[in-house]
Write a protein that binds this ligand. Structure first.
Ligand SMILES: Cc1cc2nc3c(=O)[nH]c(=O)nc-3n(C[C@H](O)[C@H](O)[C@H](O)COP(=O)(O)OP(=O)(O)OC[C@H]3O[C@@H](n4cnc5c(N)ncnc54)[C@H](O)[C@@H]3O)c2cc1C
Length: 382
C-alpha cells in the first residue's frame, strides 16, 4: 500500500489543509500527527473569551472523533514528531515508532518566546498559544482579580481589552513605549491605549518586567524602573517564533521560518510547509488569512495539480472593542512616510513609499470602515 500523506500539526494550518484536500481527493490516506489534544478550535477566539463569554470547552468546534469521521483522517493526538528523514521519507515519533510518508506537510506552528523573567513567582506566569494553554489560564484566573500582561503586541493588547471586559484589573507592561508598536504609527497607538485606559487598563510604557516575586497572596512584578505591581496572575505575551527546529535538523532550508516557494514546497520536493511555521517567498505572516490561501493552493498541489499560492495584501483586524483597529503594516524597511488624519480616537494613517504609492495603513475607531477600500489599493505581496 502507498505511504500516506502526513500532516504535522492540527492547528488551523493542518485543519484547513485536510479540509481543502478532501474537496479534491477522498481516497488518498492522510495521517495527521499532533502534539496536542487535536480538538478543533479557532485560535483568534482565545483572546475574546470574556467578551463573548466563552469558556475553553465552548471554543471547541469539532472533537477528534468528528474530525476523523468528517475528513477520513487518521488523527493521532498527543503524538510528538521528533525527527524527519527526508531521504528515507519517514518521520520518527516520541513513542519510538517511525512512519513512512509519500508527501509531508509541516503545519507545526510557532512557539511563544519564553518570558524574560526571573524570581520565585514564575508559577503564576502563563502564556496562551493554544486551547490547552487557554484552559490552564482560565483556571488560574478563577476567583482572582489582578492580572499583569507583559507585552502590548497583538496578543497582549487584545487580552488587555478582553480581561477588562471580564472585570479584571489589568496592568500592561510594554518597554517599547506604546502599544502595538510594530503594527501602528504613534498616533494610532495612542488612540488605542487612550481608549483602553478609559476602559480601566493601566499601562506602564518604557520599563521591562524583570522579576516575579511570590507573596503570601499572589505575586509582585518588579519593573526595570523600580516600580512594582501586585497581581494574582501574569500573562506573558512577548511574541512568537516559527517552529523551525524539526525542519532544520532534517537539513531543510530555514530562515525566520521553514523556507518554501510559492507552491509551499520546502527545499526537498516532497516536503511542504504552511501556517505559522512557514516563510513563504520570504514572508512570515502569523495570521489566519495567509494560511487559508496557502491551504487551498497546497491541497490542489497535493491532489496532483501544481498550484501556486498568491498573497494579496491582507489587512489585519485587531480585536480591541474599546477602539476598533485595522491595519496593513508597510513592508519592513520600506522607505516612505505616514500621513495621518485624526479626530479623537479615530485615526486614519496612510503609508506612502517614495513613489507616492500607498503601501500600508493603520485605522482606528470609525476610520476602520475604510479598511476594505484601502486594502484593495495595496499591491499584492506576490
Ligand atoms: C490569542 C491569539 C489571537 C489571535 N488572533 C488572530 C486574529 O484575530 N486574526 C488572525 O489572522 N490571526 C490571529 N492569531 C494568529 C493565528 O491564530 C495563527 O496564525 C494560526 O492559528 C496559526 O495556525 P497554525 O496551524 O500554523 O499553528 P498552531 O495553531 O500553533 O498549530 C501547530 C500545531 O502543530 C503541532 N505541533 C507542533 N510541534 C509538533 C511536533 N513536533 N509534533 C507534532 N505536532 C506538533 C501543535 O500541537 C499544533 O497542533 C492569533 C493568535 C493568538 C495566539
Amino acid at each position: 500500500m502507498a505511504a500516506p500523506i502526513i500532516i504535522i500539526g492540527s492547528g488551523l494550518a493542518g485543519f484547513n489543509t485536510i479540509k481543502e484536500f478532501r474537496r479534491h481527493d477522498t481516497t488518498t490516506p492522510v495521517v495527521m500527527l499532533t502534539a496536542d489534544d487535536g480538538q478543533n478550535y479557532s485560535k483568534p477566539m482565545l483572546s475574546t473569551g470574556f467578551t463573548r463569554n466563552k469558556a475553553a470547552d465552548e471554543l471547541v468546534m469539532a472533537t477528534v472523533d468528528k474530525l476523523k469521521e468528517q475528513f477520513d483522517v487518521d488523527l493521532r493526538t498527543h503524538t510528538v514528531v521528533t525527527g524527519i528523514d527526508v531521504d528515507a521519507k519517514q518521520v520518527s515519533l516520541d513513542n519510538g515508532d517511525t512512519l513512512a510518508y509519500s508527501k509531508l506537510v509541516l503545519a507545526n506552528g510557532a512557539k511563544v518566546f519564553e518570558p524574560p523573567l526571573k524570581g520565585s513567582g514564575l508559577d503564576a506566569v502563563y502564556t496562551v498559544n493554544n486551547l490547552m494553554d487557554y484552559r490552564r489560564f482560565r483556571e488560574a484566573l478563577e476567583g482572582k482579580k489582578r492580572v499583569v500582561i507583559v507585552g502590548s503586541g497583538l496578543i497582549g493588547t487584545e487580552f488587555s481589552n478582553d480581561l477588562t471586559n471580564g472585570d479584571f484589573q489589568v496592568h500592561v507592561v510594554e518597554p517599547a513605549g506604546r502599544c502595538l508598536p510594530t503594527f501602528l504609527p504613534e498616533e494610532a497607538s495612542l488612540a488605542v491605549s487612550g481608549a483602553l485606559s478609559e476602559l480601566g487598563v493601566t499601562f506602564h510604557f518604557g520599563p521591562f518586567a524583570q522579576e516575579v516575586e511570590k507573596l503570601d497572596h499572589g505575586v509582585r512584578v518588579h519593573l526595570s524602573d523600580g516600580a512594582t505591581i501586585d497581581a494574582d496572575v501574569v500573562l506573558s505575551a512577548v511574541g512568537l517564533q516559527p517552529n523551525i527546529d524539526l525542519a532544520k535538523a532534517a537539513g531543510l532550508e530555514v530562515n525566520r521560518g521553514v523556507k518554501v516557494d510559492k507552491f509551499l514546497r520546502a527545499s526537498h520536493p516532497d516536503v511542504f510547509a504552511l501556517g505559522d511555521c512557514a516563510e513563504v517567498e520570504g514572508h512570515v505572516l502569523l495570521y489566519v488569512l495567509p494560511l487559508m490561501a496557502a491551504a487551498r493552493a497546497l491541497a490542489s498541489t497535493l491532489a496532483g495539480t501544481e498550484t501556486a499560492v498568491k498573497y494579496p495584501a491582507m489587512p489585519i483586524t485587531i480585536k480591541v472593542p474599546a477602539c476598533a483597529v485595522a491595519c496593513a503594516p508597510p513592508p519592513l524597511g520600506l522607505e516612505g512616510r505616514w500621513e495621518v488624519e485624526q479626530d479623537g480616537h479615530h485615526v486614519k494613517a496612510l503609508y506612502y513609499d517614495t513613489q507616492d504609492q500607498l503601501r500600508g495603513f493603520a485605522l482606528t475607531g470609525d476610520a476602520v470602515k475604510e479598511r476594505m477600500a484601502l486594502g484593495k489599493q495595496l499591491p499584492d505581496l506576490f
